[in-house]
Design a binder for this molecule. Structure first.
Ligand SMILES: Nc1nc2c(c(=O)[nH]1)N[C@H]1C(S)=C(S)[C@@H](COP(=O)(O)OP(=O)(O)OC[C@H]3O[C@@H](n4cnc5c(=O)[nH]c(N)nc54)[C@H](O)[C@@H]3O)O[C@H]1N2
Ligand SMILES: Nc1nc2c(c(=O)[nH]1)N[C@H]1C(S)=C(S)[C@@H](COP(=O)(O)OP(=O)(O)OC[C@H]3O[C@@H](n4cnc5c(=O)[nH]c(N)nc54)[C@H](O)[C@@H]3O)O[C@H]1N2
Ligand code: SF4
Ligand SMILES: [Mo]
Length: 745
């Protein structure tokens, strides 16, 4: 029978008041409550992983100080970093496990919640087989926790199906870098950025989404470096760009092939480098011939002169860095797009030397570390492949099981949801993921969640997805457990434990370990704390591409981070990859890859003539589960606004601030308009940080890149029409409004 979500109102009514306690003057009044200690750690939000010092008193984080010495951000923080400390004491913080009951959720004991979870998982596995349970993880978890989850799925549950929210984020880049270089990591540390002669930023809104990186870009420009930006929107850094390529969403591959075409046509390639260090050039060069500039300009909407200029700047410079993020990667040809960037870097020999190299900008806080040690559906620790017999044997040995006991690779994140929808997967335990807001085609996700026979969530807030759960296990914030993370550069850093989880909330890793014990697999999970997990992780990763053997908390603290691979305790780490032009591929060479053009999975036609693309605003983070709860951030972006160009606005008779309905083949969304000259006239942009009637993902589609399995968040066909505005109840006007409070769906 389909289950309805539990409404937030019921929850608030039941235990709202006692969650709202504040000391006189508030927690942040230092005259009343001076801090007891400052803890050097990192921001809990994006993949920049800025250093920050948390002020702690009475087991509470009450504020922050900049951490000037940390080399990456040197004390700088963006608006989210400045407010990140406000989460821990938030009235919505979950303080005990919750069980679904007739009237909603009721607080319960850990014994009951864990007993129930294990009982349901066992029943389902006995009835339908081991693979009927799936695990979702997340890349806001520490590296230790993501390692633990991977082992939990395979060793405690024996299921094939574990994947994580990074599947919506870094996997197109990761797949491409693995194919070309045999390793999934930025090829350079950020200290290389100021050395470049040309920076080519494609599909990355650096000003809003990687704010600290702008500082590196300005340092490059101050030294005379040129900046090229390719994006359907003129993002904030574009104002200072030397060249702007306003491409149509979903056409990056054509643009990049056109650029390669020019480079080869004009003989700007680096023949020596290509011959000595790469394979596959000829086939790629052959495929570039078809991409003459007329064809490219027609597909991309970018003037041929601009494409030519961009290609020549890169081809003629001595040092070029290519930086990309989800604009390039959130496409059903995301892997091809990244490979096309890499092909340009390889053709021009821009790798393995000063101020040169392609790089992906990491999204989530531990977007890098969270994808290295086994919470991906096809992966074992150390970036090893779950299909590789030698890797299976090694890791099984470390874990004390037989290699044939290790399950085979399972479904990726969206494929898990699809399997739930068709009834193949019956139970789900989700940690650190809010799929109802962040997966494409939210109506489909909601239907799938209602079909689960068991749904458990580990979170510290009752996310929109958690409203659908049978049991919610009150987990921990980043600052409540020690752990490693890896920032966008490949620098492994240390999240210092600052406080204990409050009240009856528990550390995520304690919850998972206890579940493993209750499943009768305790002997494989003898960990008392994250340090124990790290000891095993170091060994499990040893000899893999992402080798962490030489990394300890003490070293990371002393050295302000260590770049992996770091195979021994006296190894200095590896800030820049491929210095010796040796790649991590089977033949040690870098591989060119032919990239095939395919249309988007949701093509435009007469009925849906416009392109919808989705993304972010500066003050909100991901599904908004965290930042929609922080007042000052909500004030900056209280609701999603649909950006359209004045010409489009005029054509459809809508003005700035009006309501408009955006319709795709899935659903429609009525949303306020922001008229801006900075977007292409054929494109609509909507940020996706909101749930329910404000959710951009009601509009997006479930087409995946066939290799990386990333959804095509950046390209949907849509139409627009002026609207009166939604029929809003007072609740609906509240920007914190949750999916569940729409009433009954
Ligand atoms: N403020 C803020 N910062 C964040 C996050 C957040 O939620 N909020 N999230 C973090 C995470 S997890 C991630 S993954 C990163 C994401 O960081 P980004 O990828 O930089 O952010 P997005 O807004 O998803 O998209 C980037 C740009 O792609 C453009 N774009 C859209 N379609 C296309 C296309 O077809 N081709 C090209 N070339 N560009 C296109 C958009 O106009 C947008 O400017 O940000 C991280 N930092
Ligand atoms: N349309 C559209 N959709 C998108 C995107 C887009 O550009 N457009 N971007 C995609 C991208 S790049 C990403 S990364 C995803 C992100 O999508 P999600 O991962 O679903 O987003 P989060 O908001 O990080 O959700 C994480 C949940 O985990 C909880 N959480 C955070 N830290 C911890 C922790 O340490 N422990 C526990 N137990 N819980 C924790 C939070 O409270 C939150 O409820 O969204 C994707 N969805
Ligand atoms: S740039 Fe990212 S890591 Fe740095 S303060 Fe902002 S959100 Fe936090
Ligand atoms: Mo992301």
């Amino acid at each position: 029978m389909a289950k309805a979500p539990v409404s937030e109102e019921i929850l608030k009514e039941k235990f709202g008041p006692h969650l709202n306690y504040k000391p006189p003057g508030g927690w942040n009044d230092e005259s009343v409550h001076p801090p007891e200690k400052l803890v050097k750690t990192h921001c809990c939000f994006c993949g920049q992983q800025c250093g920050i010092q948390l002020k702690v008193r009475d087991n509470r984080v009450i504020g922050f100080e900049p951490w000037e010495e940390f080399p990456f951000n040197r004390g700088m923080l963006c608006p989210k970093g400045v407010k990140r400390y406000l989460q821990g004491n938030h009235p919505d913080r979950l303080l005990s496990p919750l069980m679904r009951s007739e009237q909603g959720f009721r607080p319960t004991s850990w014994d009951e919640a864990l007993g129930f979870t294990v009982g349901r998982m066992r029943d389902i596995q006995e009835k339908y087989g081991k693979d009927a349970i799936a695990i979702y993880g997340g890349a806001s978890l520490s590296t230790e926790k993501s390692y633990l989850l991977g082992k939990f799925a395979r060793v405690a549950l024996g299921t094939r199906h574990i994947d994580y929210n990074g599947r919506l984020c870094m996997v197109s880049a990761g797949t491409a870098y693995k194919l070309a270089f045999g390793v999934d990591r930025s090829t350079i540390p950020w200290s290389e950025i100021p050395k470049a002669e040309v920076l080519f930023v494609i599909g990355a809104n650096i000003g809003d989404c990687a704010p600290i990186t702008t500082d590196y870009i300005w340092r490059c420009r101050d030294k005379g470096g040129k900046l090229i930006v390719a994006d359907p929107r003129m993002t904030p850094i574009t104002r200072n760009a030397d060249l702007y390529l306003p491409l149509r969403p979903g056409t990056d591959l054509a643009l990049l092939m056109g650029m390669l075409h020019v480079i080869l046509r004009d003989g700007l390639e680096d023949r020596d480098f290509i011959e000595q260090y790469t394979t596959g050039f000829e086939a790629v060069a052959e495929s570039a011939k078809a991409w003459d500039l007329r064809r490219v300009a027609e597909i991309t909407g970018v003037p041929p002169e601009s494409i030519e200029k961009a290609a020549r700047w890169i081809g003629k410079s001595k040092r070029a860095i290519m930086m990309h993020a989800r604009g390039l990667e959130h496409q059903s040809k995301g892997v091809e797009n990244c490979l096309a960037v890499i092909n340009i870097a390889l053709a021009t020999g821009n790798i393995g030397r000063d101020g040169a190299g392609p790089t992906m900008i990491t999204g989530q806080g531990n977007g890098q570390g969270g994808r290295e040690h086994g919470q991906k559906c096809d992966q074992l620790p150390g970036q090893r492949s779950l299909s590789d017999p030698a890797a299976r044997e090694y890791v099984a040995g470390v874990w004390g099981i037989r290699p044939d006991e290790l399950p085979q690779p399972g479904y990726s994140a969206q494929e898990i949801m699809n399997a739930i929808h068709r009834g193949e997967i019956k139970g789900l335990l989700s940690t650190c993921f809010n799929p109802l807001v962040s997966l494409p085609d939210a109506n489909f996700t909601r239907e799938a969640l209602s079909k689960l026979e068991f749904f458990g969530v580990i979170d510290f807030f009752l996310s929109e997805t958690a409203h659908h759960a049978d049991v919610v296990l009150a987990g921990s914030l980043q600052e409540e457990e020690d752990g490693l993370a890896c920032n966008t550069e490949g620098r492994v850093i240390h999240w210092q434990k600052s406080v204990d989880p409050p009240s009856d909330a528990r550390c995520d890793s304690d919850i998972i370990i206890e579940l493993a014990h209750r499943l009768g697999r305790g002997q494989y999970f003898p960990f008392k704390n994250p340090a124990d997990i790290l000891e095993e992780l170091r060994i499990a990763s040893r000899g893999g591409v992402a080798d962490y053997y030489g990394i300890t908390y003490e070293r990371v603290d002393r050295e302000m981070g260590i770049f992996w691979p770091c195979p021994s305790l006296d190894h200095p780490g590896t800030p820049r990859l491929f210095v010796d032009k040796k790649f991590y591929t089977h033949d040690g060479k870098a591989h060119f890859n032919v990239t095939e053009w395919r249309p988007s999975g949701d093509p435009i036609n007469e009925e849906y003539p416009l392109l919808l693309t989705t993304g972010r605003v500066v003050s909100q983070y991901l599904s908004g589960a965290q930042t929609r709860r922080i007042g000052a951030l909500v004030d900056q972006n209280p609701e999603p606004l649909a950006e359209i160009h004045p010409r489009l606005a005029e054509q459809y008779g809508v003005k700035d601030g009006d309501w408009m309905t955006v319709t795709t083949r899935r659903d429609d969304l009525t949303i306020r308009v922001m008229v801006v000259k900075t977007i292409r006239p054929d494109t609509v942009f909507i940020p996706y940080h909101w749930a329910g009637i404000r959710s951009a993902n009601r509009l997006t589609h479930r087409t995946l890149d066939p290799r990386s399995k990333i959804p095509e968040f950046k390209v949907s066909a849509c139409r627009i029409a002026g609207a009166k505005g939604p029929d809003q109840s007072p609740d609906d006007r509240d920007a914190h409004k949750s999916d569940a409070s729409r009433g009954g769906d």
